[in-house]
Design a protein. Structure first.
Length: 368
């Protein structure tokens, strides 16, 4: 029999396939092994449909009896939109279950393991735990804090500029980098940008070239435009794309502007002001109540500054291009108030560096 890590690695690969389709549920992978061979594999289906364990067990039939299961997250033990996975495992006659990560959801959180143990099933917890945590990092943040997981993404020159003094920014990053960004858009629930980005770049803010027919993602992330004064033009590209767009503005919004957005099929979310701008902390709470688990903040400078100043950013993706823009009037990557001393700076941990052609991606998690 191959090492157990190989089987859990397979389950992790299956979980990654589910990313972008399962929110607000976690993305989970499961494999069933008997006699050194895989007899069943599965990953979480969209919300309300079978979980990974159930999908894997569908393939095993009678082969499940006396087998071992490797699953990336603790099996659920409660009735929700689907029956408990623990009961399905017990009924199938599984002898042992390897679990990468305990589920932080209070309705599970160790109870799944306990139920399996009571049924005489051996359990092993912790194989590839960090990888399992990274796959479901947004779910873990959401279930433990009731707030979305925020990813700050930007592309900049070697000297930290995101645009020239004439506001030109297309394209600082290269094609390979932009393709990777589309893959991240595919797995998040929402994208947030500021109105200036709409006015200057007029982006589409869709996930493209990821999967599905024509290379498009199965569903598009919610597009959120932070626009304190309702300056977004109705002819903007974001309003002509598949998926939904929301304008987050300061209340009360001008009635005529609001009505025009509504008639165009755009949702208007009026929020309290903070220093004359949309309070992004309140925005985070409101979208969390809508079940938005993961969000990518794509800029511009002022909006990124607001999220960093409010200590909302969980993860950072920075693409660095080998160019020098220069100029005091060129826009820096992160605006806002910033910090007074280096000890207050937002420090990244678990830093990873990757190359995309001549671009470098520096990613990491903001130290809490």
């Amino acid at each position: 029999m191959a090492a157990s890590e190989d089987y859990m690695g397979c389950a992790l690969s299956l979980a990654r396939l589910a990313l972008g389709y399962t929110s607000p549920n976690p993305a989970v992978g499961a494999v069933v092994v008997k006699g050194g061979a895989l007899v069943g594999v599965g990953h979480t289906q969209p919300a309300g449909l079978p979980h990974a364990e159930a999908m894997a067990l569908r393939q095993t039939g009678e082969k499940a009896r006396g087998s071992a299961m490797y699953v990336t997250l603790e099996p659920c033990c409660h009735y929700g939109k689907t029956p408990p996975c623990t009961q399905a495992i017990i009924n199938a006659g599984i002898e042992e279950v390897h679990i990468a990560l305990l589920d932080p959801n209070p309705v599970v959180s160790g109870r799944g393991v306990e139920e399996l143990n009571k049924a005489g099933i051996r359990t092993y917890v912790g194989e590839h735990q960090q990888e399992a945590e990274e796959i479901n990092e947004a779910y873990i943040k959401f279930i433990t804090t009731s707030l979305p997981f925020f990813i700050a993404k930007f592309a900049m020159s070697l000297d930290g500029k995101i645009a020239t003094r004439s506001k030109q920014s297309k394209w600082i990053s290269n094609k390979e980098s932009r393709k990777y960004v589309h893959s991240v858009r595919h797995i998040v629930d929402a994208i947030v940008i500021g109105v200036n980005t709409v006015l200057i770049d007029n982006p589409r803010l869709t996930a493209r070239g990821c999967c599905g027919q024509g290379g498009n993602t199965k569903s598009q992330p919610l597009r959120i435009i932070v626009d304190s004064k309702g300056r977004t033009p109705l002819e903007a590209n974001v309003f002509r794309q598949p998926g939904e767009t929301l304008i987050a503005t300061v209340k009360p919004m001008d009635i005529e502007k609001k009505e025009k957005f509504i008639q165009a099929g755009v949702e208007v979310l009026e929020l309290p002001a903070k220093e004359g701008k949309v309070d992004v902390e309140e925005l985070s709470r409101v979208i969390a109540k809508r079940g938005i688990v993961s969000v990518m903040v794509e800029g511009g400078s002022a909006l990124l500054g607001s999220f960093f100043d409010s200590h909302l950013v969980d993860k950072v993706l920075v693409f660095i291009s080998p160019i020098v823009i220069g100029g005091d009037g060129a826009r820096m990557a992160v605006g806002g108030n910033g910090v007074d001393s280096l000890i207050e700076a937002h420090r990244l941990i678990r830093v990873d560096v990757r190359s995309f052609g001549d671009n470098i991606l520096v990613s990491g998690y903001v130290k809490g």
